[in-house]
Each structure stands twice: as structure tokens, then as C-alpha cells.
Design a protein around this ligand. Structure first.
Ligand code: HAM
Length: 535
């Protein structure tokens, strides 16, 4: 086959969106915009301001905040080494000596992180390389592969050098954000928001990334709409009336939950179910966890391998189990509500009372523990209709102490994140995703003079806020009306020679086929009135 023919047959690769990611297209994007617009409106009425945080952050931030042992951090993050320009990896060097020297000098110049791990790694690397260099010097005069024992020693040094080279971390470890609470706390600290009037109320929308097994309602790039309330703890807080503080915190929790419920209500989300729980604090929870562990050990043999493992690592997560065979056993386990300390019990009772005062309907769910480490006291989750197994459309809770854990001042926090993909899915499944409106007006024009008038008419109509489709070529009126129909237009504005000469434009209402003639100002007035009537 000639070179030319081979080239012809080579088909260009078909690119597809990466597994777990997807394109959002019109008309669905109109619904996404409506949902986000509603979030902006509702959250603003509760005094929240928008924050936009970066898509990637230091891996350590998420490990510290969300917890190194959680599924999110240990299995699901997209992490990469952010290498400085000009520091290629070992494979780019043929001379190991040059590589070791390059790494040493880059650490000195702090172009690669001057961390204890790196200093130790480079010291070992230097030692291994010197051993290797000495061995290879000794072996230089004509050794033969495989036959010479010395060759094994030489090869071993070579491998060791490469192995230790792999331990040098050439750049900072960064991760695509799996959630945004950690970033909001980082930002609160970085911008000294504790000196602003407290509490600071922030919300965000945007993509998050988790390497989960994709299925309906579960993606690797998904979108959240979240909100956080952060409040610096006053230095004299300890002296304050503790009961008052507890009531204040519970009120904040209830208002945050009321806000998300108001948002769902505004969107007419169907089958909304709010579950709440208290998982105690650093005082009472460890005691409950120990009790739970002891109880679980008694029934260990009846549990599946995941739950058996969790008895040691995180017994609370056993309560999360969906395994049919474990449900009967879990039902007999002690409830945390019976083991809360006095303050946590008072706080939980107050949250429930505050929710009732706001008319928010909730269900207590003692098994609601959530999969992130930072929660204390209040946790909540909201499910909605039509989502199958991935039916949690929102999750949240209180996270007092998280800001401090990230190096900031003592601060309280409460927030939530809504899974926007699932919210949209539920709205669509329950028929509450009103289809994108078609164009208001389709301009059917014929003839050059009419084209000029059509261009002017389109400009004026768009200025008045109507959506207008102006075809770039003239069409027979029959075809134009068919096209207007396909686009879901409400009206066809018919502009031909007669209309232009008379200054009377024909407006056809596509729903009933009626038509009438208007002067330009009358037409605008008529359309405005109709729009006001239908909205
Ligand atoms: P989360 O429960 O991990 O909490 O996520 C919140 C919501 O994001 C879930 O209820 C779900 O609707 C959605 N979601 C999570 N993973 C996926 C996925 N792979 N595909 C589609 N949707 C997903 C948090 O992220 C916390 N930061 C919430 C929070 C804010 N707590 C306090 N403040």
C-alpha cells in the first residue's frame, strides 16, 4: 500500500467525554441556570454572599479537613504533582549523577519543595548514587552480563538509585476539590474574615471531583450548590451563659436548614425528606463509639467484611450500611441520642424546637453519621423523589473546630452542599423541569427592503427583552412558519413588501393561528401586555 493510501485510511481518533464527566447541553442548561438563579435569589434573602474558591488546592488541606481515612480522601481524589518548569523526572536523564545534582540544587533553590521528606530522600539518593558510581568504576574493565556476580551488585545499586529517586517529591501535591467546605475555611483564615462582623455567611456553586464508580446520579465531575456559616468564638465565650450559646448555635443550624428547604420549595422539588441527627462532640462521641465497638464485636460474625473492618477503623460507619443482611443487627445497636453529653443533648433538643418554630418538617434518623470527619453535633441529609439509590440531594452539618484544625482561630461552622446534578434529575423526573421556553418572536421576512426592516425590528424587540429568531436568508412564508413552529416560537412577525410599504406589520399567534396588523409601537405594546399577562 502506498504511503498516501495508508494516510487516507487512518481515521482521526474520536474523542469522548471522560468516564464520569458529561456535557450539559441546551435546553437542559436553561434549567441549570434557573436553579442557580433561584439559589442566588433565595440565599441572598437570608443574607448570604457568594464566594468563589479555586478548583484545586493543596492535597493536605482536604486530608486534614475531610479526614485522611475517609473514602473521599483515601480513594477518590484526583491528585497530581505540580512540578516546577525545568525539573524533569529521572527518565529524562541518561546520567544519574546529573540527575542527583539537579535535584540537590533545585531543593537548595527551593524550586522543588524543601521538605524534611525531600531532604532525606535526596540524602539517600546521593548515598545510593555514590555507591553505584563506585561500583560501576570498579566494574568498568570488561565485566560480562549475567556471568559476573559483580554485575548483580552493580545492577542492584542502579535499581536502588532509581527507587529512591522515585521518593523525591518534585512538586507540591495538589488535588481537584472533592468538596468546598475545606476551601471556604481556608479562605476564611487566609482573608482574616474573623475580623468581619460575625457570623460570615457564604455560598458557592461549582464543580467538584470524586473518582467514584459512575452510575445514575453519581459522577466524577459533579456540581454542588453549598453554603457555610462561620463564626469566630469570642474570647469571653466561656464566661457567657452556656445555655444561651447553645440556643444561639441551634438557631443558626435551624435557619441554615430552613434556607435549603425554602430553596427546594421554591423549585417545587418533589418528595423532599429531611433527616436529622446529632453525632455528639469530642467529649461524648468517643464514649459512644467505644460502646458501639463493643456491641459490634459481639455480633462480628454476622456482619459482612466491610462492616467487620469498620468495627476497628470507624464503627459509626457501620450504621451507614445498606446491606440487607445487616439491617436487623443494626436495629438492635445503641442509639447515640441516648449517650449525648448534657450540652449536646440540649443543643439537639433546641435544633428540633427551632425547626418546629419554622414549620420545617424533619425525621430523626439516628443512623445518619455522614462520611466526612469534620462534623460535630448536627448532621442532616435531604432526599428527593426519582433518584434511585443515589437519592441524597443535600448533606450537611455543624463543624465547630474545623477552622482551628486548619490553623485558624477558634471558630464555629455549619453548612450544607446540594448535589446539583441530582437536584436537576429529580426535577426532571417529577415533571417540574419546565421545558426551555422557545423564542418569543420568529421574524419571517421576504425581500431586501423587508430584511432591513426585520433587522431593525429584531434590534428593538431584543432591546425590549424579547427573544427573537431572525433567519439569515429569506424563506417562503410557509417554510418560515414551519421553522417558527419547530423552534417553539410564540409569534411569527411577518414582514413582506406590503407590510413595509403600509407600515403595518402582521403578527401571527402560532398557538391559535390568529393574526392581526400593528404599527411598530402598537406591536411592541401588544407583546409587552401579553408577556405581562402570561408571567
Ligand atoms: P457530601 O455529602 O459529600 O457533603 O456531598 C453533598 C452532596 O453532593 C450529596 O448529598 C450529593 O447530592 C452530592 N454528591 C456527592 N458526591 C456526588 C457524586 N459523585 N455525584 C453526584 N453528586 C454527588 C459535602 O460535600 C460537604 N462539603 C457538605 C457540607 C458543607 N457540610 C458542611 N458544609
Amino acid at each position: 500500500m502506498s504511503e498516501g493510501a495508508a494516510k487516507k485510511e487512518e481515521k482521526p481518533r474520536k474523542f469522548q467525554a471522560i468516564r464520569g464527566t458529561r456535557d450539559l447541553l441546551p435546553p437542559e442548561t436553561a434549567l441549570w441556570n434557573r436553579v442557580e438563579r433561584t439559589a442566588h435569589e433565595v440565599f441572598a434573602t437570608f443574607g448570604f454572599g457568594e464566594i468563589r474558591v479555586p478548583i484545586f488546592e493543596s492535597t493536605d488541606l482536604f486530608a486534614r479537613a475531610v479526614g485522611g481515612d475517609t473514602d473521599i480522601v483515601s480513594k477518590e481524589m484526583y491528585t497530581f504533582e505540580d512540578r516546577p518548569v525545568g525539573i524533569p523526572d529521572l527518565t529524562a536523564f541518561t546520567d544519574l549523577g546529573e540527575y542527583v545534582a539537579a535535584v540537590e540544587s533545585a531543593i537548595r533553590r527551593e524550586e522543588i519543595p524543601n521538605t524534611p521528606v525531600n531532604r532525606e530522600a535526596v540524602q539517600t539518593l546521593r548515598k545510593k548514587f555514590d555507591d553505584y558510581a563506585a561500583a560501576s568504576e570498579q566494574l568498568k574493565p570488561g565485566f560480562s552480563q549475567g556471568s559476573d556476580k559483580k554485575f548483580e551488585t552493580y545492577r542492584s545499586f542502579w535499581y536502588q538509585t532509581h527507587f529512591f529517586a522515585g521518593h523525591v517529591q518534585l512538586g507540591d501535591l495538589l488535588s481537584l476539590r472533592p468538596e468546598a467546605t475545606a476551601s471556604v475555611c481556608r479562605s476564611y483564615i487566609e482573608h482574616g474574615m474573623n475580623s468581619l462582623p460575625q457570623p460570615v455567611k457564604l455560598y458557592y456553586t461549582g464543580p467538584m471531583f470524586r473518582r467514584e464508580r459512575p452510575q445514575k446520579g453519581r459522577y466524577r465531575q459533579f456540581y454542588q450548590i453549598g453554603a457555610e456559616v462561620l463564626e469566630a468564638v469570642r474570647p469571653d465565650a466561656a464566661k457567657q451563659d452556656a445555655a444561651k450559646e447553645i440556643k444561639k448555635d441551634a438557631t443558626v443550624d435551624a435557619e441554615v436548614i430552613e434556607m435549603v428547604m425554602t430553596f427546594f420549595d421554591r423549585l417545587e422539588l418533589q418528595g423532599v425528606q429531611l433527616d436529622i441527627n446529632s453525632i455528639g462532640c469530642r467529649e461524648c462521641r468517643p464514649k459512644y463509639v467505644e460502646l458501639l465497638r463493643a456491641e459490634l464485636l459481639k455480633v462480628k460474625d454476622k456482619l459482612g467484611p466491610d462492616s467487620q473492618r469498620r468495627i476497628e477503623t470507624n464503627p459509626l460507619r457501620v450504621l451507614d450500611s445498606k446491606l440487607e443482611s445487616e439491617q436487623g443487627i443494626i436495629a438492635t445497636l445503641p442509639h447515640i441520642a441516648d449517650h449525648l453529653c448534657e450540652e449536646c443533648a440540649a443543643h439537639y433538643a433546641s435544633v428540633k424546637h427551632q425547626l418546629e418554630m419554622r414549620g420545617v418538617i424533619y425525621r430523626e434518623n439516628w443512623r445518619l453519621v455522614r462520611g466526612l470527619d469534620y462534623y460535630v453535633r448536627t448532621t442532616f441529609e435531604i432526599t428527593a423523589q426519582g433518584l434511585g439509590s443515589q437519592n441524597a440531594v443535600c448533606g450537611g452539618g455543624r463543624y465547630d473546630g474545623l477552622v482551628e484544625l486548619l490553623g485558624g482561630p477558634p471558630t464555629k461552622g455549619i453548612g450544607f452542599a446540594i448535589g446539583e446534578d441530582r437536584l436537576i434529575l429529580s426535577l426532571q423526573e417529577s415533571g417540574k423541569a419546565s421545558a426551555q421556553k422557545g423564542r418569543d418572536v420568529y421574524i419571517a421576512w421576504m425581500g431586501e427592503r423587508a430584511h432591513a426592516t426585520a433587522i431593525r425590528a429584531a434590534k428593538d424587540l431584543r432591546k425590549a427583552g424579547f427573544s427573537v429568531e431572525l433567519p439569515p436568508v429569506e424563506q417562503k412564508f410557509g417554510k418560515a412558519l414551519g421553522q417558527a413552529d419547530k423552534l417553539g416560537a410564540k409569534y411569527a412577525l411577518i414582514l413582506g413588501d406590503n407590510e413595509v410599504s403600509e407600515g403595518l406589520w402582521t403578527l401571527k399567534t402560532l398557538a391559535d393561528g390568529s393574526q392581526a396588523k400593528y404599527t411598530e409601537p402598537d406591536l411592541l405594546e401588544h407583546l409587552r401586555k401579553q408577556k405581562a399577562l402570561s408571567s
